[in-house]
Each structure stands twice: as structure tokens, then as C-alpha cells.
Design a protein. Structure first.
Length: 441
């Protein structure tokens, strides 16, 4: 069974007091009826009867997106053609959407830009951060992360370390403070803020402070944070961050990602992918590269306008919560939903080999609940999907359920746990139809 380490560093809670746990389905219905965030569900095209607990992997389609993308295709592209780079504001779309995301992660206007993929952006910022750290002290040759970090983050860091004659060192989460305390050789600490497989939150502020005390820089992956939990990059004094557009930001499959650099670092070094859109004057077409000022230099190639238009619609669904309490209100509801689900699973599925591996302490848990079972975890998820409860599986034994409070309610949560209890009690997951492993799990 998968086990997740307990961190000795509890992040500071920025959420308001979570609503009470409901003890009956009727109580859940009452909470849904009085939930001030409930109207936000109307922003999404959710198939009837579906309980969608996979927004941490792919967010739901906003109802505004098809019309917006059709407008870009039919009018801005179809009629405006190349004129739309100017007339429809295409050239500013990456920065405009970046400014909206910045409001969700504690960054300032003009500090964050949408570009490329999370992996590509991670390569950019790790490279820039490594250059800064080693310029200050060439003896720093270690990039520190944790074994449970998202694999692509580790692959990129491993590749970069090999290119620069450095070492990637993986330290269990609970050992990070001690490793940083003896960190004279550490150049960078790179972590995913919310662990993808357990939902555990790292204390960004405390770990960043520990890294800085050791003379190292920090790179944070916000893929499972942005739009799901409160983030304060400036408050934490973080150095660099990247994040995903298609999870809690509801930007659609393969939506472009975002990149942020603290203003104290943004112009110290070139990022390694010196493309023409990151040039200070791309339409001068000069042969030599001159980086644009600020975060704009972290762009590379031509912006993907159709995807950017869809992403902006997705980000707007999260910003729609601002008049209702913003991220603090979303966080409070998320905590209540995830706590309810964990408690109902334990109550209804006792004796069936399922264990909750996500942190039970609210302050340590992101917006997901992960369960583990030594046998049949993949098939159990497939049986739930057949019932209209969509979660996902992560090898080797984790059932993962993401709770997006914009469109998930208390009754959804209660019913999802009941479906899981029925799958386990009846042994439905043992059916042959649920054993065949598909390409995407």
C-alpha cells in the first residue's frame, strides 16, 4: 500500500473556517441549498447525473468557452485574419490572461505570463535559477526535490542537472528542513506545492525561508494549487513558479501553462529558450537576441491563440468567486467537502481494505482525497466511472478524487462515497470489464 510521509512543517492556514460536516444526505442537500458558491456551478457544462471528481486532472468545460472559441475561429481568424493580432488583441492575450492568474497566486500585474507547457516552463525557470545560484556560488551543484514529486518535474530537473554537471538529490518531505540546514552545496529546491498523489501541501513560506537561509533558490510547481488553494508567492518570498492551465483553471485539454519569476530575479539571466516572442522587439527581425523586459522574456514561440482564449474563459470561472469570498471561500468549501468524503469512506467502506492516504489535518490537505488499496485500485476507479463518478488512478495503488468547489457540492460528495461503498460491498470492481488497463488512467 502506498504510504505518504508526514511533513514536520505545517503550512500556515489562509482559509476561513470550514462549514460543518453533514451527517445525513438531507443535511448535505440543505447545505447545498444555502451555499453562497452554489450559483457558480452554472458556469459549467456538466453532463446530467455525473459526479466529476477529476478536476485536479482536467477541469470541466465552462459554458462560455465554446462561444468564445467559435468567435475567435469564425470572426477573429475567419474574418480578421492576420489583422487580429492587432485588432483583436491577440498579442496581449498571454499577458492579459497571465495577469488574471496572478490574482489567484499572489503575484503582481505584469509578473506572470501564459506560455508553453508546464514542463517547458519548468525547464526555463530551473535553468535561470540554476544560473543565478551558481553565479553567486559556483560550488552549489545540488538540486533538491522529493521522491514523490510529479515525475515530469524530476525528469526535467535530472536532465538539467546532467547538462550542468550538477546532481539531483531526492529527499523525503520530512527530511527537507534538515537537508537545507546543511545546504552549502544546494543551488535549488524544487517542489510541487500540492503533491499530486497524496494531496499533501508543502509549507511554501517556511521551506522557501529555509532554502534562502541556506543560500539556495526555490522553484514551485503550482499545477495542483492554482485555483484550488490560496497561494501567496510574494508573501512566501518565492523565487520562481510554474503552473498548469487545464486542471483547476479549467482551460481545456492541453491548455497552455504559466510562468512567474520574482521581480528581483526576472532580468538577471536569459531563460534558455530564447525565442522570437521573448525578444524585446520581435518585429524588428534582427539577427541577435535581445531579451524583452520582465516576464515577457519567458515567452518563446508564437502564442496559441485558440487555446489561450479557452484558458481565459476557464480562469474567469475561478475569478467569478471573488465577490463571494474568493480563494478563501473556495478553500473553506473544499476543506469541508474533502473532510466529508474521507470520513464517509472510512465509515462506509470499513473492512474493504481502503485507506485514506491524504492528510487528515485540514492545513496539510489540498483539494483532493487519495485512497490506497493493495488490490484492484484501478478496477475500482473504473467501476465508479461506469456509475458516473469520475476519479482517476495513479500507480501503483492510489484512487484519486479531486474536489472543485466551483461545481462540486455536499450531496455530490455524499453520493460519491455511497457509490464507492456499493462497489466494494457488491464486488462490482471484480468484473472483467473493469480489469482492462487503458492508455490513460
Amino acid at each position: 500500500m502506498t504510504t505518504m510521509p508526514s511533513s514536520s512543517l505545517a503550512p500556515r492556514s489562509s482559509a476561513s473556517q470550514a462549514p460543518p460536516i453533514a451527517t445525513t444526505r438531507e443535511a448535505c442537500q440543505a447545505l447545498d441549498a444555502t451555499d453562497p458558491l452554489a450559483p457558480l456551478r452554472a458556469q459549467f457544462a456538466i453532463p446530467e447525473g455525473l459526479i466529476y471528481l477529476d478536476g485536479n486532472s482536467l477541469g470541466v468545460l465552462p459554458v462560455a468557452t465554446p462561444a468564445r472559441v467559435a468567435q475567435v475561429v469564425q470572426h477573429e481568424w475567419g474574418q480578421g485574419l492576420i489583422r487580429s493580432w492587432n485588432d483583436a488583441g491577440w498579442m496581449a492575450l498571454a499577458q492579459r490572461t497571465g495577469d488574471k492568474i496572478a490574482r489567484l497566486v499572489g503575484a503582481g500585474p505584469g509578473e506572470l505570463v501564459v506560455a508553453d507547457s508546464t514542463s517547458v516552463n519548468l525547464f526555463k525557470v530551473l535553468s535561470a535559477a540554476l544560473s543565478i545560484a551558481r553565479a553567486d556560488d559556483p560550488a552549489r551543484r545540488v538540486i533538491v526535490s522529493e521522491p514523490g514529486n510529479f515525475p515530469t518535474d524530476l525528469y526535467i530537473a535530472e536532465s538539467l542537472a546532467a547538462q550542468h554537471g550538477c546532481t539531483l538529490e531526492l529527499v523525503p518531505a520530512e527530511g527537507l528542513p534538515a537537508r537545507l540546514a546543511r545546504g552549502a552545496d544546494v543551488a535549488l529546491l524544487t517542489l510541487t506545492h500540492v503533491n499530486y498523489k497524496s494531496g499533501r501541501i508543502h509549507d511554501m513560506a517556511t521551506l522557501t525561508q529555509a532554502a534562502h537561509a541556506a543560500g539556495a533558490l526555490t522553484v514551485w510547481d503550482l499545477a495542483h494549487s492554482a485555483g484550488a488553494v490560496p497561494v501567496d508567492l510574494h508573501g512566501a518570498q518565492a523565487d520562481f513558479a510554474v503552473g498548469c492551465g487545464y486542471k483547476y483553471l479549467n482551460g481545456g485539454p492541453g491548455a497552455p501553462a504559466f510562468v512567474w519569476a520574482h521581480p528581483r530575479h526576472v532580468e538577471r539571466f536569459w531563460q534558455p529558450l530564447a525565442g522570437w516572442i521573448g525578444h524585446a522587439a520581435p518585429f524588428e527581425f534582427t539577427p541577435g537576441y535581445r531579451p524583452a523586459p520582465g516576464i515577457t522574456r519567458y515567452q518563446c514561440g508564437t502564442p496559441p491563440i485558440l487555446s489561450l482564449a479557452a484558458l481565459e474563459c476557464g480562469v474567469d470561472t475561478v475569478l467569478a468567486a471573488e465577490p463571494l469570498g474568493g480563494m478563501a471561500a473556495l478553500r473553506a468549501k473544499s476543506l469541508a467537502l474533502t473532510r466529508l468524503f474521507a470520513e464517509r469512506v472510512e465509515a462506509r467502506c470499513a473492512g474493504h481494505g481502503l485507506s485514506v492516504v491524504s492528510p487528515r489535518e485540514d492545513v496539510l490537505r489540498g483539494s483532493q482525497v487519495c485512497l490506497a488499496r493493495a488490490e484492484g485500485a484501478y478496477a475500482i476507479v473504473q467501476a465508479l466511472i461506469a456509475r458516473g463518478v469520475i476519479g482517476d488512478f495513479r500507480a501503483p495503488d492510489v484512487l484519486r478524487f479531486g474536489f472543485t468547489p466551483l461545481y462540486i457540492g455536499w450531496t455530490d460528495t455524499w453520493d460519491a462515497a455511497e457509490h464507492l461503498a456499493q462497489v466494494m460491498a457488491t464486488g462490482q470492481w471484480r468484473e472483467d470489464a473493469f480489469q482492462q488497463r487503458r492508455a490513460v488512467t
